[in-house]
Design a protein around this ligand. Structure first.
Ligand code: ASP
Length: 483
């Protein structure tokens, strides 16, 4: 019997996960509330007289009970951990994979000039696709003006529900740290002072890439003979890690079930989601346009069917959607682009890890739409120069966004600050879009990953390195993987 292709298995897992989540929120048992924890909250500010002056002191501490529905409680305890294990496994192999495949890719190049050529092309095309994405986003948000239809009551409701949310406070604090850094900080952050430390931290992916490129180039420079032992080691490591991707992917259909069931039971009140529907649809329309643009570029430049492209890359897209993290999806994106599409390792091993960290077309499009949307909703006028500033800062912000869930919202704060958005209104701005952030994050991550795969194909084609698919480590079922 012919086994079901991986993307169908994942899709079935996703649909069942959503169905299970919906069922749990609908049944009476799922709707019951259970006590999650009791927290101590210092809520009121009182004033005391100290040396004749009134001083504010926070000393009223109350106990607050936090309740959640039984559906959420059950899924977060018994189902979602399987999704977390899967994401952890993917993250676990990201660093060894980048290291092994990038070092192998560069040392196979045989010539540093080729690497420089590929590097420049990659960065230029990444910037170009991101500027296109931001322009699409700005065009749509100005055309549909989703923020103008938002009533004062909705704004008040959203702000009162989310303004004090600890998630929003966390995002504002992270953004403040990023903003305080100097103009060259991004460059400084790219160079590790300790290779082991860089490899020990998944958020330091660019440092690992820097180290791998440095090592690969030095291997080229000492010549093939002297570098032979090290090259063999990394070649072998690369094969082993690709096998690990296959093994992890066997678990994917079950993991996406867990991840999506959790997304459904954690979703906000449908009424709130409906109020933001017009805004969400504007982002979704922009993201769909980006997918069409990628398909067109692929058909015209790579001269292959866009349906073939979408079919080959589908498992990576579905994982990006389920995990909301381009970094976690990277091992799968690399495998699909290399083995299933035929992009040569020299190109994919550089273009994809760099893309996962700096190329985020979906995120930049979302940031452009969200920035203009909150200004429209709060009645803050934006002239042409402010919109041009958005193009520039959304480009930089998407480069600076981490490839993890919700990162795009942190950098949105930087975009808003660049257009002189009143800082006291920042919590309100985030509160306005918070409710729909997770579904939009899932979709924009899918676009981010598709954009990386498109650019890898363009660069490969331009360098004559788009070969034939060679599925060595097939990953659809256990018999093939272990045979
Ligand atoms: N979650 C996105 C990614 O990993 C980043 C973001 O837009 O929040 O690509």
């Amino acid at each position: 019997m012919k086994k079901l292709a991986l993307h169908w298995q994942i899709l079935i897992g996703m649909v069942l996960g959503i169905g299970f989540g919906v069922l749990m929120t609908q049944i009476e048992w799922g709707q019951e509330e259970v006590l999650l924890k009791t927290i101590k909250e210092t809520s009121q500010v009182i004033h005391k007289e100290v040396n004749g002056e009134l001083v504010a002191v926070n000393d009223i501490t109350q106990e607050k009970k936090v309740y959640i529905t039984r559906a959420k409680h059950f899924i977060s305890r018994w189902i979602e951990p399987f999704g977390t294990i899967f994401v952890n496994l993917l993250k676990l192999i990201a660093v060894p994979l980048i290291l092994a495949s990038l070092i192998k890719g560069i040392s196979d190049l045989k010539d540093i000039a080729k690497f420089r050529n590929m590097g420049i092309r990659t960065i230029v095309i990444y910037i170009a696709t991101t500027v296109i994405a931001i322009t699409v986003g700005l065009g749509l948000v100005n055309l549909f003006a989703p923020g103008e239809g938002i009533s004062k009551e909705t704004i008040a409701k959203l702000s009162s529900t989310y303004e004090g949310n600890s998630n929003i406070a966390g995002k504002l604090a992270t953004a403040a740290q990023t903003k305080d850094a100097g103009p060259l900080q991004a460059l400084v952050d790219m160079v590790p002072s300790n290779a082991v430390e860089a490899m020990a931290n998944n958020s330091l992916m660019l440092q690992v890439i820097f180290f791998a490129i440095f090592l690969g180039i030095s291997m080229l420079l000492i010549g093939e003979k002297k570098a032979k032992a090290l090259k063999k080691f990394f070649d072998s490591l690369n094969d082993v890690v690709l096998k690990m991707v296959d093994l992890i992917m066997l678990f994917a259909p079950y993991a996406v079930f867990a991840l999506l069931a959790n997304v459904v039971v954690s979703a906000d009140d449908p009424e709130v989601l409906l109020a933001l529907l017009y805004y969400a649809l504007t982002v979704v329309a922009g993201l769909l346009i980006m997918i069409v643009i990628y398909c067109l570029i692929f058909a015209l430049y790579v001269k292959k069917s866009p349906f073939w492209f979408l079919q080959k890359i589908a498992p990576a897209q579905l994982l990006a959607f389920s995990t909301s993290s381009s970094a976690a999806t990277l091992p799968v994106t690399m495998e699909r682009v290399e083995e299933h599409m035929g992009v040569e390792k020299e190109v994919s091993s550089f273009v994809l890890p760099v893309g996962a960290t700096i190329n985020m077309d979906g995120t930049s499009l979302y940031q452009a739409v969200a920035a203009v949307f909150v200004c429209q909703a709060l009645g803050i006028p934006l002239d042409l120069s402010a919109q041009l500033t958005i193009v520039l800062t959304a480009l930089l912000a998407s480069i600076g966004s981490a490839a993890v869930p919700g990162a795009g919202m942190v950098m949105l704060v930087i975009v808003l600050e660049s257009i002189d958005f009143p800082s006291e209104l920042l919590p309100v701005a985030l509160a306005l879009i918070f409710a729909v952030d997770r579904p939009l994050d899932m979709l924009r991550t899918t676009v981010n990953v598709t954009g990386d795969a498109t650019v890898a194909s363009i660069v490969a084609k331009s360098l004559g390195k788009f070969g034939k698919p060679h599925v060595e480590n097939w990953d659809d079922n256990l018999d093939d993987v272990t045979s």
